[in-house]
Ligand binder design. Structure first.
Ligand code: NI
Length: 432
């Protein structure tokens, strides 16, 4: 299928006032040719296929800027615990038992959920990333993959080499659908010397860095004791910033930290639901955005969320800031930008995140012909505050339809769910 015409409402995310109530989008191969009101298609455009969806709104695919996809296998396995017992007694022993194949199927489960809920692109951090890469290539979505690196662990050296191999094997794979970044876990799990080497390797290979930063007050206290600095000050002194860096969480920041992040053009991945569930705190999103820092939205892993639904995450992001700051904070259109345009900027994709001529055809359609979407006063408010995973009807990535009428065309959802169930229960039984 090389030429597709979609007739629907269109929210292109190219500006707060741009909306086409009877719109159309022309797609040729992997890119968008034109976007506008009915009749705007080029005269010589003869589609091979027309998707006529007058009650759907087409928007850019959502972008999850921080997750650990394979952790779907731990969904609702351990909840409602304090952070440290949760990690030490539940999460880490479970992960120790996960095989490469378990990671493949856990990732496949995450990708099924992401496609169902409108997420076309993710930034992932985990182990056995070649398995993750194969799952993404099969699913047909877009992803940035980072091998999680715990410098202080016995396999710290081997993991660094795996990340180098991952860059060589998968950076740019799938016609550019895959990119690779280095994934040093956090400033408290990697030594300064290790982080310097990660940065040198990332620069040598021309790729970015994805790291957890200033997530909890415990982390702040640890760094203060060890180095006499905040996590951001410490990473800046090490020279880790200055290239493409995605800092996940950034909950606890001083004004000086924010000044450094802005000056070094560090992008922030905001994970409000994980931050709430683990009682980490509320990230200063309004101030970060005010300083011109690019903020994307993430779900974090399914064990601290417990889903990968970015529609729910948008609602939580907005409501959390309103509770913390005031009711005008983070209006609907801005939170939609975080999940689309700003997500693409965070991950370094220049031609996704908006529906515009020349951009990649990464898009979703949302079925607005349902009781919870009437009356239609504000489509952006409906998408940010009302919509949820189950409302997505269609997904396209690189001009290829991945889901139609809620049926995923690239993965066998039933098989994936069965494999995930069997494998997760096997691991839990081994731990009993
Ligand atoms: Ni995380």
């Amino acid at each position: 299928m090389s030429k597709i015409l979609i007739k629907a409402m269109v929210l292109p995310m190219t500006g707060p006032d741009v909306f086409y109530s009877r719109g159309e989008i022309c797609i040729e191969e992997d890119r968008i040719l034109s976007v506008g009101e009915e009749g705007s298609a080029p005269g010589n455009f003869v589609p091979d296929r027309i998707l006529n969806l007058p009650n759907d709104v087409v928007m850019p695919g959502l972008i999850n800027t921080h997750t650990h996809a394979a952790m779907t296998l731990l969904r609702s396995y351990a909840d409602d615990l304090p952070l440290m017992p949760w990690l030490h007694d539940k999460v880490w022993p479970f992960e120790d038992k996960m095989t490469e194949q378990d990671i493949y199927w856990g990732t496949a489960l995450a990708l099924c959920e992401m496609i169902h809920s409108g997420t076309t692109t993710m930034l992932d951090m985990y182990a056995s990333m070649d398995q993750v890469a194969e799952a993404v290539l099969q699913a047909g979505t877009r992803a940035v993959l980072s091998r999680g690196l715990i410098g202080n662990a016995p396999n710290g050296e081997r993991a660094l080499q795996e990340c180098i191999d991952l860059v060589q094997q998968y950076h740019g794979a799938g016609g550019g659908r895959l990119k690779v970044m280095f994934g040093p876990h956090a400033p408290y799990t990697c030594s300064g010397e290790y982080l310097r080497r990660v940065k040198a390797e990332a620069d040598r290979l021309g790729v970015g860095i994805h790291i957890h930063v200033a997530e909890t007050l415990d982390e702040i206290a640890m760094l203060k004791e060890q180095y006499g600095k905040t996590p951001v000050e410490w990473l800046d002194e090490l020279g880790l910033f200055g290239g493409h860096v995605v800092a996940a969480h950034c909950v606890h920041l001083t004004p000086n930290d924010m000044e450094i992040l802005a000056r070094r053009h560090v992008c922030v991945a905001h994970n409000p639901e994980s931050n709430m569930k683990l009682n980490s705190g509320t990230a200063p999103i309004i101030e970060l955005r005010h300083r011109g820092i690019v903020v994307g939205l993430g779900t974090d892993g399914a064990s601290s969320n417990n889903n990968l639904d970015l529609f729910g995450e948008m609602r939580s992001a907005a409501f959390q800031q309103k509770l913390q700051v005031d009711s005008t904070a983070l209006p609907a259109y801005q939170v939609l930008e975080m999940a689309t345009v700003n997500g693409a900027q965070t991950l370094g994709f220049e031609d996704v995140g908006m529906l515009a001529p020349g951009f990649k055809a990464d898009l979703i359609t949302v079925d607005l012909d349902q009781p919870h979407f009437y009356p239609r006063f504000s489509i952006p408010a409906h998408l940010a505050y009302v919509a949820h995973a189950g409302d997505v009807r269609t997904m396209m990535v690189d001009g290829r339809i991945l889901m139609e009428e809620r049926k995923i065309l690239t993965l066998d959802v039933h098989r994936v769910c069965q494999e995930a169930e069997t494998r997760a229960k096997r691991i839990a039984a081994e731990l009993n």
